[in-house]
Design a protein around this ligand. Structure first.
Ligand code: NAD
Length: 278
């Protein structure tokens, strides 16, 4: 399952959609605090893809020594600006800053990361809203590559509010109709749990955790985990062994990562629609 290819399709589709709408100024605001290298790269890619999608990228950068008040004031300004359709605060924030209090400021209709309490509430309640980008990207990959979900068993490894938990909710949604299991660091015999699954989503952040003996022949395996090693970025899935048994598999890099960005762009257009701006 090629995440780069699907990202490019989604970005091109958004560009065409925005063009057909008469090119309204749909604005994604990114907020970066501090000098964390991976965060800088993620934000740069998000800004670039926003522009390629035909959107306006607005960027706010604050120093690593910013106070809680300064970060909150910057976010409030974006909240109050009607020209801003989506707000993304790149996490993690530097030590000493309370990200929960910052996220609490973002109204659900501008919450393109789908991470705030109210967005999560909408997801649980099945109300229209913005859904976290990484698990949404996994759903897009399953759909694009024709992986059946209805009545299928899924195991999601990891229970964070960023990935694992919303992933379980999306897989179990009406219309998707999978039966997901939420596995985590205390799950006993993870390999046996996974062997029962038609779909495995690995989001633990443990390099090479999922080996071929975790995978039922023909199962779809989606690798979300990112570990930085001397040899480069590797995922939670031992690609070479799993490739031999899986029916469909995402590479790392080149799978779920690009899809996260594509879904951020999708969410920004959805945000503009929720606001009645387009
Ligand atoms: P997290 O640390 O908040 O959560 C990790 C989860 O994995 C925990 O719930 C933990 O219980 C579980 N876990 C850890 N070790 C385990 C083990 N040995 N067996 C079973 N479960 C185990 O992390 P997160 O924010 O959910 O991110 C997970 C991974 O996904 C990280 O590597 C992160 O870098 C990556 N990530 C990737 C993308 C992407 O676009 N591909 C996006 C976000 C996060």
């Amino acid at each position: 399952m090629d995440g780069k290819k699907l990202r490019d399709e989604i970005v091109a589709g958004l560009r065409a959609e925005i063009d057909a709408l008469g090119n309204p100024q749909i604005t994604l605001a990114t907020v970066l605090v501090g000098t964390d290298k991976p965060s800088q790269i993620y934000v740069r890619n998000k800004r670039r893809k926003a522009e390629e999608s035909g959107m306006v990228s607005r960027h706010v950068e604050l120093g690593a020594d910013s106070t809680q008040q300064e970060v909150e004031a910057a976010v409030r300004e974006l909240v109050d600006d009607p020209a801003v359709n989506g707000i993304l605060v790149q996490l993690p924030l530097p030590d000493g800053l309370d990200s929960e209090r910052v996220l609490d400021l973002i109204p659900p209709d501008k919450d393109v990361d789908g991470l705030t309490e109210r967005s999560m509430g909408r997801l649980v309640r099945g109300r229209p809203g913005l859904v976290p980008c990484t698990p949404l990207g996994v759903m897009r990959l399953l759909a694009r590559y024709g992986v059946p979900t209805s009545g299928k068993r899924a195991v999601v490894i990891g229970r964070s509010t960023l990935v694992g938990l919303p992933q379980v909710l999306l897989l179990g949604r009406k219309g998707v109709d999978a039966t997901p299991t939420l596995a985590h660091s205390r799950t006993s015999d993870l390999a046996a749990q996974c062997r029962e699954a038609d779909i495995i989503v690995a989001a633990a952040g443990m390099a090479g955790l999922v080996t071929s003996d975790f995978v039922k022949p023909g199962a779809a395996v989606l690798d979300v985990g990112i570990s930085r090693t001397e040899g480069g970025i590797v995922g939670d899935v031992d690609f070479d062994s799993v490739e031999k048994v899986a029916g469909a598999l995402t590479p790392m890099p080149g799978g779920t990562g690009p899809m996260t960005i594509a879904c951020l762009m999708e969410n920004t257009l959805s945000a503009a629609r929720l606001q009645g701006a387009v």
